[in-house]
Ligand binder design. Structure first.
Ligand SMILES: [Zn+2]
Length: 149
């Protein structure tokens, strides 16, 4: 039975998915979540705790992912192996996750980014009778604790 894993969040989709010297006889497979671990750590300069949060995984998992990614890239560079970027267990998170609100007075719907303060009233009619949009609640429940409202 496959081990159940937490879904890894990836904020970036690679455009180039293959690198190689042209004469390679073998290749290594870097997964998209491994690449994301490297990107967050080595390019964005996040510490492992923060980077793990971004990917919605534990810090030990992030640490393993990063180690594995660096090893594969080093292998490719040193041994002249092709580097193929594909696969992995992840979902692509597009942009900043938004919370959706609904005004029960006028029916106006709008979005507020996670982390921003909860709106006090409807931006259209000024009513305070506002709630999270019903279709938004599932996402809010599934989201990690640090992103919950
Ligand atoms: Zn309203």
């Amino acid at each position: 039975m496959p081990r159940r894993r937490r879904c890894r969040w990836v904020w970036f989709e690679p455009r180039v998915t293959y690198f190689g010297p042209g004469w390679e006889t073998s290749e290594v497979n870097l997964t998209v979540d491994e690449l994301e671990a490297m990107r967050l750590s080595d390019l964005e300069g996040l510490d492992q705790k923060e980077a793990a949060k971004r990917m919605n995984i534990s810090q030990p998992t992030f640490s393993r992912l990063l180690k594995s990614a660096r090893k594969k890239v080093a292998q490719s560079l040193v041994e002249g192996k092709g580097l193929r970027i594909e696969g992995g267990e992840y979902k692509v998170v597009k942009g900043i996750p938004m919370r959706r609100f609904l005004c029960y007075n006028c029916g106006h719907k709008w979005e507020v980014p996670y982390g921003a303060p909860r709106p006090a009233k409807c931006p259209k009619c000024g009513s305070t009778n506002i709630h999270r949009a019903p279709e938004d609640r599932g996402y809010a429940r599934r989201g990690p604790r640090w992103m919950r409202a």
